[in-house]
Design a protein around this ligand. Structure first.
Ligand SMILES: [Zn+2]
Length: 182
């Protein structure tokens, strides 16, 4: 699979707004109720950078304003920090990142969301880290590590709702022989 820079397109549900968050910095909030299963945020495309692009210095970016994800083969994909970046962590979230490829980010309502509720996801299922979580949910794990997707409890709870890169890791962990062949 090869990756090319593509025009960035964004679809953001009109019931969502950005506000200051009590969890961390800026968050995404529902201004009206949103039923479970509905699409919240969809972004596609992005600027794919090669190692040469970086060395040339031609593309200069303000790191605060862009989100960067690593792609296989020393590539990375960058997108402006918009709604999909401002989804904070809770150990009992109301949204999941069901991205099915590196250049598509899509968040779906995991359960019914009330008006004024902050949109949150479990960083454990996207492979991100939280030093100290104080979400106070009964399931709070206290901290989130980049390996939390390995927890059987999480694999069971979010089965079928992991983003592509974690889904791949789970498959490789479950079928180590298959992973070696590819
Ligand atoms: Zn927590």
């Amino acid at each position: 699979m090869s990756y090319q820079s593509e025009p960035l397109t964004m679809w953001i549900d009109r019931r969502l707004v950005l506000r200051k968050s009590a969890i961390h910095g800026v968050g995404t909030f529902a201004i009206r109720p949103i039923p479970a299963g509905q699409l919240l945020i969809l972004t596609t495309g992005g600027l794919v950078l090669t190692a040469q692009d970086r060395q040339s210095g031609e593309i200069q970016l303000e790191p605060d304003m862009y989100n960067e994800e690593a792609l296989p083969g020393n590539l990375s994909i960058i997108t402006p920090k918009v709604f999909h970046y401002y989804v904070n962590h809770r150990c009992e979230p109301n949204a999941v990142d069901m991205s099915r490829s590196p250049n598509i980010t899509q968040y779906i309502a995991w359960r019914d969301i009330q008006a004024q509720e902050e949109i949150t996801t479990d960083f454990g299922i996207i492979g991100a880290r939280v030093e100290r979580c104080t979400c106070q949910s009964p399931r709070c794990r206290g901290q989130v590590t980049t390996d939390d997707w390995r927890l059987p409890e999480l694999q069971q709870r979010y089965r079928g709702y992991f983003p592509w890169h974690i889904e791949q890791k789970i498959q490789q962990a479950n079928n180590p022989a298959e992973g070696k062949l590819s």
